[in-house]
Write a protein of this length. Structure first.
Length: 623
């Protein structure tokens, strides 16, 4: 059994077909457990990536994607142990390196781009210093046998290399940019700096963990093009972890679908997205917002480690499971040019999705607006970010606010909920004027407007349990007796695909998607009249996103709930909103019924946004 603390190194090996150097990365039989003898978190993970290719690693939150991604750097989270398998990078088994050898390989041989670049960059150091530091530390690192494709020694060499990598990620290497701190950059610029640091030393492997989550479609397109171009240009193998199947279908040559710690289907992106064979893959694809169809979520929840049972872990959620599926874990088998863990893979076809009904797509009848905004302009100090905003949110309707990062979407949301007071104009809720700040608004108004923020890592109190967090509005706004709190909390947690077992957990024990669902539950339990959703699905995998979108739609109808839905995911707008408002540089450039605005845009800006939307493809996007 191979363990991470073994000290020997093996000579470079060959690819599965016996060709030296055919694969840059080879993972064979990787198993990671809780402790040495606890339940397996991931098991039987095997895949390979050629130079210049991108492997997409997809699946729901909790499937083990990030655990595998971190293992590619020779790292595991606290409490986990690698108990079997090999991870060979250019023939070298990373799991057999000493800690000092791993430190040398990281950065020089394998680099990592995290989901949140603002957390990856040091807020106390200027951008130029951080780039030079990455080069100084890593550029001559690595065991003697490890290939080094970039060298720089003098200060002049380092400076020239910094300018080169910034140009490669399409950033202007002006002195003022190098003197900035991370907080002085946009999210897209921060992510480009993180990419520049990752590619600076010309590694053999780059691991990207949801690098475009939270970015608008235009910035996302630029980031994906940059990753594709740099990987092909320098022969870098990449593993791209994501829940966004549309992005993966455009970028990746091969795709591996993970569920409950195992790869259940793997193969070329063209065939896997064109004709998915595993029922789980079919369910994921049915959850992708495409062409305005109704989203279909996967019922049930993914079992945690230790509760996966003796058979196929997906069997409780599968509509075609046999008794044999529940008795034993299916072995991976070749079917139609790919590898599938399903006893019925040869019988399955493409997933069928229910079309949206005419009633779903019809505009809501006019009525008194729940929220009315007239002539609202907002500023941060001397900088104006909103100018003359006019919009109405009808009852039981959803209005989507779309646009690039920096267009003013979040500022508008903050003005509406009372978190930004430097605005002029008029706002009314149910016909009554709204005070500028939340502190000046009475409790019933605060209860009627609830907000779900984009970042669930900062919107939840880390010192309170999930049960305490979700129950707080019951005490603050509704004066519900404490004896009834638990029942109401469990009910609303069930609505967002969580359950009673989450009541005693703290936020740091949850995944990003689970945290966001808790935030949504906290807002819904207050029984608001207007729900302001600021990028609420950006942290969710596609199947949970579909469930949450349908939940929000049902809540709007059942509770007379109106929604303001701020998003950069234009594909999702078709499924959730009746009306769309497009912002650009703080001004409305187009507004109207969502289907009309997105299908037949009257503004060149809206047309360009729609052109940048990733779409499921039957073949990888050309370079």
């Amino acid at each position: 059994m191979r363990r991470v603390d073994e000290r020997a190194e093996e000579p470079a090996g060959h690819g599965p077909a016996g060709e030296p150097g055919r694969y840059r990365l080879e993972v064979r039989g990787l198993e990671i457990r809780n402790g040495r003898h606890g339940p397996a978190v991931v098991s039987g993970i095997s895949f390979a990536v050629r130079p210049g290719d991108v492997l997409g690693l997809v699946g729901e939150s909790g499937s083990g994607k990030t655990t595998v991604a971190l293992a590619l750097l020779g790292h595991t989270r606290r409490g986990l142990s690698v108990t079997a398998g090999e991870i060979r990078l250019d023939g070298m088994d990373l799991l057999r390196l000493r800690p000092a050898g791993l430190r040398q390989v990281r950065g020089a041989g394998v680099s990592y781009v995290p989901q949140d670049p603002s957390a990856a960059l040091n807020p106390a150091l200027r951008i130029g210093y951080q780039l030079r530091e990455a080069l100084r530390v890593h550029i001559h690192s690595g065991p003697a046998s490890f290939p080094r494709r970039s060298r720089a020694s003098s200060a002049d060499d380092l400076g020239a290399r910094v300018l080169e990598v910034l140009r490669e990620v399409r950033l202007d290497p002006a002195p003022e940019l190098l003197r900035r701190y991370p907080h002085q950059l946009s999210g897209g610029q921060q992510q480009r700096v993180a990419l520049a640091m990752a590619f600076a030393c010309r590694p053999s492997l780059i691991v990207l963990d949801e690098p475009t989550t939270g970015l608008d479609v235009s910035t996302q397109r630029h980031i994906l093009d940059t990753v594709r171009r740099l990987c092909r240009g320098y022969g870098v193998a990449a593993v791209y972890v994501s829940h966004d199947l549309a992005v993966v279908s455009e970028l990746a040559a091969e795709v591996a679908v993970m569920y409950a710690g195992r790869i259940v289907e793997a193969g070329p992106a063209a065939s896997l997205f064109g004709r998915p064979l595993h029922p789980y893959t079919q369910g994921l694809l049915a959850s992708v917002p495409e062409g305005g169809r109704r989203l279909t979520g996967i019922p049930g929840q993914q079992p945690p480690p230790g509760q996966r049972g003796p058979g196929c872990a997906f069997a409780p959620r599968c509509g075609i499971a046999l008794d044999a599926c529940r008795a034993r874990v299916p072995e991976p088998a070749p079917v139609a040019g790919r590898t599938v863990r399903c006893l019925r893979a040869a019988e399955t076809g493409t997933a069928r999705t229910a079309p949206r009904s005419a009633a779903d797509m019809a505009d809501r009848p006019p009525g008194p607006a729940v929220l009315s905004v007239r002539g609202v302009s907002a500023s941060y100090g001397p900088v104006r970010v909103l100018s003359g905003i006019d919009l109405d949110v009808p009852p039981q309707a959803c209005v989507a606010i779309v646009g690039e990062s920096g267009s003013g979407k979040t500022t508008l949301a903050r003005c509406i909920v009372g978190l930004h007071q430097n605005w002029t104009g008029d706002m009314t809720l149910q016909g009554a004027p709204l005070a500028r700040g939340a502190r000046q608004r009475p409790v019933p108004v605060l209860q009627q407007i609830q907000c779900v923020f984009q970042n669930p890592y900062t919107s939840l109190n880390p010192r309170k349990t999930v049960g305490q967090i979700v129950a707080e509005p019951l005490h603050r706004f509704l004066r519900v007796p404490r004896a009834e709190h638990a029942e109401r909390v469990v009910s609303v947690l069930g609505d967002v695909a969580l359950g009673r077992r989450y009541l005693s957990r703290y936020p740091d024990q949850l995944s990003g998607g689970e945290r966001q669902r808790v935030a949504i539950a906290r807002a819904l339990i207050a029984e608001p009249g207007l729900l302001v959703c600021d990028e609420v699905t950006s942290a969710l995998d596609v199947s949970v996103q579909a469930v949450v979108v349908e939940l929000l739609r049902a809540a709007a109808a059942r509770r007379n709930l109106a929604m303001l839905f701020i998003t950069h995911n234009l594909a999702l707008v078709h499924s959730v909103a009746q009306f769309a408002v497009v912002l650009h540089h703080g001004e409305i450039v187009e507004a109207g019924p969502a289907g009309q605005v997105l299908a037949e845009p009257g503004s060149h800006y809206t047309a360009q946004l729609m052109a940048d939307v990733p779409r499921l493809r039957s073949s990888p996007r050309p370079g």
